[in-house]
Design a protein around this ligand. Structure first.
Ligand code: AMP
Ligand code: MG
Length: 276
């Protein structure tokens, strides 16, 4: 993995770059993203055809970190017929009356399909922790509960990738200002986003814990420097290609075997016509 940072041990987001992780320039990055994107397109098609695994992409990041933009970028390569995008907002009263994973589980991907979570069950240890929406003894248990939930999904052949878009407060300020200036972006304007900046350190602490406590081989976390949108898109595309590639041979074998079966069936049918 050349562009994202794979979580390994204790995370300190405040010490991790939000710009870029190596010397690549914008033009090269865009070109590489295109190339990797084609590979991603093929891998998704194979995954769909094989129908043995699903892919869950969890996107987290502060307001304006680029979750929507990342999904727009991926939509250039991911076939929307095999993809479900789910945004998680402030829970409804019905959702709040259940356990915090109740609203999440139905959106996990079926075999062959991709689910992209724009925010996720991690909000229940991020915003909920920062604003003390439930007592500490409740949110503290959620790290284990999340790990068990993700284990369950992984044991059911769900490939899980979790991506934290890491943006600086300076870049966030620029993006929030842009929302005031551009009519087309004004719908995203929210005084809440400015207010949340007062809690930036508490969010960093909450992110550090979530990334550290809920990282596992079956559900790894990646940190993507997200101040440059072109770098972000490159890093995310690379993560997905690298994640799916190890399954490629199995999926191909599976498809070949099914192709052979279908051919044998067709040959038998033709023969039966001849002998009629
Ligand atoms: P947006 O992503 O801009 O549409 O905003 C969605 C809002 O919903 C964000 O402010 C999130 O923090 C909030 N949100 C998402 N999940 C939860 C949750 N479980 N509890 C409280 N707020 C949440
Ligand atoms: Mg928002």
């Amino acid at each position: 993995m050349s562009y994202a940072i794979k979580v390994d041990g204790k995370v300190k987001l405040q010490d991790i770059s939000t710009t870029k992780h190596n010397g690549i320039e914008e033009d090269d990055a865009r070109e590489q993203t295109g190339r990797l994107g084609k590979e991603l397109e093929e891998l998704q098609e194979l995954m769909f055809a094989a129908g043995t695994h699903g892919l869950l992409i969890v996107l987290q990041g502060r307001d304006t970190a680029g979750k929507d933009g990342t999904i727009r970028g991926l939509s250039r390569y991911i076939n929307i017929q095999g993809c479900h995008v789910k945004g998680f907002k402030v829970p409804t009263s019905e959702e709040l009356a259940h356990d915090f994973l109740w609203r999440v589980h139905p959106h996990a991907p079926a075999k062959g399909l991709v689910s992209i979570f724009n925010r996720s069950h991690y909000e229940d240890v991020l915003v909920v922790r920062v604003h003390e929406l439930v007592p500490e003894k409740v949110w503290k248990k959620r790290y284990d509960q999340i790990n068990e939930f993700e284990q369950l999904l992984a044991q059911n052949n769900t490939i899980i990738v979790k991506i934290c878009l890491n943006i600086s407060l300076e870049e966030q300020e620029k993006r929030l200002m842009a929302r005031e200036e551009k009519v087309a972006k004004a719908w995203k304007l929210s005084v809440g986003d400015w207010k949340e900046r007062e809690f930036a350190d508490a969010y960093t602490e909450a992110y550090n814990d979530a990334l550290t406590k809920c990282d596992g081989d079956h559900a790894p976390w990646y940190i993507v420097p997200a101040d440059h949108k072109w770098y972000r898109d490159l890093a995310v595309t690379e993560i997905l290609v690298e994640t799916l590639k190890p399954y490629k041979d199995d999926w191909l074998r599976d498809l070949e075997a099914r192709g052979e079966e279908a051919k044998a069936e067709l040959a038998a049918y033709r023969q039966s016509l001849e002998t009629k």
